[in-house]
Design a protein around this ligand. Structure first.
Ligand code: C2E
Ligand code: MG
Ligand code: MG
Ligand code: MG
Length: 290
């Protein structure tokens, strides 16, 4: 009896696995097609100087408008793209569209600021990756100084020595480099000093429970102090409330990205933010410590 129960469990389990594998395979095929059909586009989330309300730039975030399933979250398709190698094509597809949009905005006399793009670490293991970026700049009409690449701390610290040379080339070409999701990836301090990076992005998991969680307060303070001592810029991501923004300002972290200011928006929504910065200025006035 126990044996047959065990067997049926086993069958059930294996049936489930097959279903999962099939679903994954089908999503992979659809992602491949979706990339070819232009179903993936960048949304833009504002980055703001909380002290002045000034719009500093936008982070481009991939969105997949699936023809039948509607909007699919990056949490579902980025890991899939990473594990299948489609991430190369996906990253370039998003960054090309985002750069084209930025060049257009600058030509129109708008001031979108800096464009931040997410890149998987694998790109930096290719010696010629700077060439790829420079071709994209030339093709889209963007300037290197408008661009910032974000790479996650955990990916970078997994193999810092394999990427440092390419990162340096990119940095020397005038492109900014930010360490994303900082605080979650066990940075070695000696690497942090040597890496050609310009900015740390405090991971949103530390911001979520500010200013109430004592541990998060300590971690946030420590990251800000670390950035200051290494002469790096600092930005907090995931700020949703006025309280969080006020706390970050009082701790000396002025650059903020979060729903408090704006959600990731399609291009036309980002244009509204650029041409009417009163949203951000008004809120900053109320927060300004007197
Ligand atoms: P990330 O680069 O750390 O981006 C920040 C994420 O936090 C975004 O999620 C953004 O929508 C979300 N966020 C920003 N402010 C708030 C807030 O106030 N509250 C909350 N709850 N969330 C906030 P999203 O767009 O779902 O992207 C998830 C991750 O997927 C990104 O994390 C990034 O690692 C990856 N990703 C997105 N687009 C691309 C891409 O084009 N290429 C690559 N390689 N990765 C991408
Ligand atoms: Mg990012
Ligand atoms: Mg992040
Ligand atoms: Mg993240």
């Amino acid at each position: 009896q126990a044996k047959s129960e065990g067997r049926s469990d086993y069958c059930y389990f294996s049936h489930d696995l097959t279903e999962q594998a099939l679903e994954r395979l089908s999503l992979e095929t659809q992602l491949r097609t979706g990339l070819e059909q232009g179903e993936l586009t960048p949304y833009f989330q504002a980055q703001v100087d909380a002290a002045t309300g000034q719009l500093l730039g936008f982070e481009a975030l991939a969105r997949w408008h699936h023809p039948t399933q509607g909007m699919i979250s990056p949490a579902r398709f980025i890991p899939l793209a990473e594990s299948t190698g489609l991430i190369h094509q996906l990253d370039l597809c998003i960054i090309r569209q985002a750069m084209t949009r930025f060049a257009q905005w600058y030509r129109q006399g708008l001031n979108p600021g800096i464009l931040s793009v997410n890149l998987t670490m694998r790109h930096f293991q290719h010696q010629a990756f700077l060439d790829t970026l420079q071709q994209l700049l030339a093709e889209t009409g963007c300037q290197a100084s408008w661009l910032q690449v974000e790479v996650t701390e955990s990916q970078l610290m997994a193999k810092p020595e394999a990427t440092i040379e390419v990162l340096r080339q990119i940095h020397d070409a005038g492109i900014r480099i930010a360490l994303d999701d900082f605080g979650t990836g066990y940075s070695s301090l000696s690497y942090l000093k040597r890496l050609p990076i310009t900015k740390l992005k405090i991971d949103q998991s530390f911001i979520r429970d500010l200013p109430h969680d004592e541990e998060d307060i300590s971690i946030t303070r420590a990251i800000i102090a670390l950035a200051n001592s290494l002469n790096l810029e600092i930005i907090a991501e995931g700020a949703e409330t006025a309280e969080q923004v006020a706390f970050l300002l009082s701790e000396g972290c002025h650059q903020i990205q979060g729903y408090y200011y704006a959600r990731p928006l399609p291009a036309d929504g980002a244009e509204v933010l650029m041409s009417d910065s009163s949203h951000t200025t008004r809120q900053a006035d109320q927060l300004q410590p007197s």
